[in-house]
Ligand binder design. Structure first.
Ligand SMILES: Cc1ncc(COP(=O)(O)O)c(C=O)c1O
Length: 390
């Protein structure tokens, strides 16, 4: 029997996700499976909903975790809000904005696209021009673009969707639980995230939240939501007081999610954001003092995901394989247009720590020097330490 046991290395996860898991969350995963309509299980689901409201900063009743990964949350928001023929404006400034575009296309919407430069946020002036020329129903945009490491400033987006009465669909996959997401204050109608990044849980459930206006719009559609599984009007009958069977909810994943959310509550949202920001600043200070360059300009950097330019002449795959094989360290490569050009270093949830900052700087220094690219590790460590002390 022993030969068949799963044996895995203990990785340091500093890629775009999944990230490291707190021991309490692993422990929660081993709690016994109970039925999806068991009163004790329904209490767990209620608590998941309540704590997700705290993280999304919302009072939306239709807030819980969908089965599936972040992409399932994306598909749920798109499928519920958009009907064939609806005018939808999609912002694409990275790989995940493009995934949103592909999904909206499949709903037979009348879609317009704003193409932004990868590595920069979407220019709100372009959104305003589009709103002036067409009456859109929905604006779909990624808050934290994991492919580029850009955090989209929300002030102008929020002002414009309000002023023009356009519904706001927001991807918070790499922001929720790591940086501020103010669903109600921003007037977001549908938001989705994933469990495996800043929330600190394994992958497999997707936090979502729909405003009352969004649920009402889904209820009064001319045609039913094209996806039965992701239809919020059916899901809310399971999550809400009716308790109608919808699907066999993953009890173990929801235990883990609840424990991860409890850890967030114990830390406090603002403290958690401050931790993510401090560790991010320390990593960037270290990287830059070592002579490496960040892709994104300082004011638009995402504290949870760093994109570091790969120096000329350095082999991306060789360096990442070395980190994995020698240090058990996982970082991400570039996606789409940035493939081979950047490394993506995640600092989310339990993985956002001072220890990981220093570990990463030493490991990347070694990986680069083995390929003949020298960096100044002493200065990098010094700069990171100063930022951690600040
Ligand atoms: C911004 C963004 N949106 C959507 C997704 C899709 O999430 P998942 O891979 O959990 O399905 C990701 C995954 O990394 C992402 O970063």
């Amino acid at each position: 029997m022993a030969a068949n046991r799963i044996e895995l290395p203990k990785r340091k996860l500093m890629g775009p996700g999944p990230l490291e898991i707190h021991p309490r969350v692993y422990q929660a995963l081993t709690s016994p499976v109970i039925g999806y309509l068991d009163p004790d299980y329904l209490k767990i689901l209620d608590q998941v909903g309540e704590k997700l409201r705290m993280v999304f900063q919302t009072r939306n009743r239709a807030t819980n975790a969908m089965p599936g990964t972040g992409t399932s949350g994306m598909e749920a928001c798109v499928a519920n809000l958009i009907e064939p023929g609806d005018k939808v404006l999609v912002c694409v400034h990275g790989y995940f904005g493009d995934r949103l575009r592909q999904m909206v296309e499949r709903q037979d919407a009348q879609m317009s696209v704003i193409e932004g430069e990868w590595g920069k946020p979407i220019d709100p002036g372009e959104i305003e021009s589009a709103f002036k020329s067409e009456a859109y129903k929905v604006l779909a945009i990624v808050h934290a673009e994991t492919s580029t490491g850009v955090l989209q400033p929300m002030d102008e987006v929020v002002r414009l969707t309000r002023e023009y009465g356009v519904m706001l669909l927001l991807d918070t996959v790499t922001s929720l639980g790591g940086v501020e997401v103010k669903m109600d204050e921003w007037g977001v109608d549908a938001a989705y995230s994933c469990s495996q990044k800043c929330i600190g849980c394994p992958p497999g459930v997707a936090p979502v939240s729909f405003s009352d206006r969004a649920v009402e719009a889904a209820r009064s559609r001319k045609q039913p939501v094209r996806s039965w599984y992701l239809d919020i009007t059916l899901l809310e009958k399971y999550w809400g007081s009716e308790r109608v069977y919808h699907h066999t909810s993953s009890s173990t994943l929801n235990y883990a999610l609840l424990e991860a959310l409890t850890l967030i509550e114990e830390e406090g949202l603002q403290n958690r954001f401050a931790r993510h920001l401090k560790n991010h600043r320390a990593l960037v200070a270290g990287v830059e003092a070592m002579g490496l360059e960040m892709l994104v300009s300082p004011e638009h950097r995402l504290p949870t995901l760093n994109t570091i330019r790969i120096p000329q002449g350095v082999d991306d795959v060789k360096a990442r394989s070395y980190l994995l094989e020698t240090f058990d360290l996982e970082i991400g490569g570039g996606l789409g247009a940035l493939k081979g050009k950047v490394w993506r270093v995640g600092q989310m949830g339990y993985s956002s720590s001072a220890e990981n900052v220093l570990f990463f700087l030493s490991a990347i220094n070694r990986a680069l020097s083995l390929q003949g690219h020298q960096t100044d590790l002493a200065s990098g460590t010094q700069a990171a330490m100063s930022a951690l002390d600040a």
